[in-house]
Design a binder for this molecule. Structure first.
Ligand SMILES: NC(=O)c1ccc[n+]([C@@H]2O[C@H](COP(=O)([O-])OP(=O)(O)OC[C@H]3O[C@@H](n4cnc5c(N)ncnc54)[C@H](OP(=O)(O)O)[C@@H]3O)[C@@H](O)[C@H]2O)c1
Length: 280
């Protein structure tokens, strides 16, 4: 780490637990790469202490923080100003302490999802056809907002727990079509994009049971699970000749706006960063 001066810019990530977070490693790489007088620290904060911890940010002179599980929804109600995207997604993952000391909350998951899609598959056009989204959790909400804003003509949303899928679909407008989890394979017909935002396929979790036979060969398959980097879904998609997008880049790109706001430098996502974060 670059030695700090008394003027060092400070930021971090608040979670409970926080030990698994890759954000300190990710931001630490950029701080070192750009020779910035700053630090990014992990803060393990219990849910009941979140209001006090956030209120302390301006008092301690922190520039801001990322907020991760389980605090993302609660943080929304604790920021003085909240971006439109964060309000629609219903969660805040990035907080910047404003000039006046007020907390400004935003959500960069949708941004990270789309930026990584654009970087990995530059010729993919979201308007080109329906997208199928598996899952209705926190990540799915951000991805649904991202895809609708990007212009997908139809978003086919399917979730194991139908009521949770229906609750999400109800907030998203007429381009969303709710599909029964049992009918998820039929929903692949004619799709231009398939996104997995469930935990299925993640190391230690059950595998995703999905036959891709009905998915057009030119469709892009994006799995936001990044442990392992090539999930069984991505391996199966690659074997069928689909273009694939892994989940790591979403994590890296979502970090960019926070870093730029706290440390005053637009950071780059490249292979060296990917390798460094993966090596953790
Ligand atoms: N790449 C990135 O930057 C990034 C960002 C955020 C999250 N993620 C990853 O995305 C995944 C989801 O995160 P999240 O925050 O959205 O989690 P979450 O809010 O807990 O949602 C979990 C989702 O997985 C589904 N699910 C879990 N077990 C299932 C099973 N056995 N069968 C079918 N569906 C199942 C849930 O369905 P039910 O509603 O039926 O329970 C729900 O849709 C995690 O693996 C996380 O690491 C990656």
């Amino acid at each position: 780490m670059t030695p700090l001066s008394g003027k060092a810019r400070l930021a971090g990530v608040i979670g409970w637990p926080v030990a698994h977070s890759r954000s300190p490693r990710l931001h630490g790489f950029w701080l070192q790469r750009y020779g910035i007088d700053g630090a990014y620290l992990p803060f393990a904060v219990k849910p009941e202490n979140l209001p006090a911890a956030l209120a302390a940010l301006p008092l301690l002179g922190l520039r801001g923080v990322n907020v991760t599980l389980p605090h993302k929804e609660a943080a929304l109600g604790l920021c003085a100003r909240v971006s439109e995207a964060a309000r629609r997604i219903g969660a805040v993952n990035t907080i910047v302490v404003g000039e006046d000391g007020a907390l400004e909350g935003s959500n960069t998951d949708a941004f990270g999802f789309l930026e990584h899609l654009k970087a990995s598959q530059p010729s993919f056009q979201p308007e080109s056809g329906p997208a199928v989204l598996l899952g209705a959790g926190g990540a799915a909400r951000a991805i649904a907002v991202a895809l609708l804003d990007a212009g997908v003509p139809e978003l086919r949303l399917t979730n194991r727990t139908g009521a949770r899928g229906a609750a999400l679909a109800a907030t998203l407008g007429p381009r969303v079509r709710l599909v029964d989890w049992a009918d998820r394979e039929a929903a692949l017909a004619g799709a231009a994009l398939l996104v997995n935002s469930t935990t299925l396929g993640m190391t230690g979790q059950a595998s995703l049971d999905l036959d891709l036979a009905q998915l057009p060969r030119q469709a892009v398959v994006y799995d936001i699970v990044y442990v392992p980097l090539e999930t069984p879904l991505l391996a199966a998609a690659r074997a069928r000749g689909h273009a694939t997008v892994d989940g790591l880049g979403m994590l890296l790109h979502q970090a960019r706006p926070g870093f730029a706001a706290w440390f005053g430098h637009e950071p780059e996502v490249d292979a060296a960063l990917r390798d460094f974060v993966l090596a953790a």
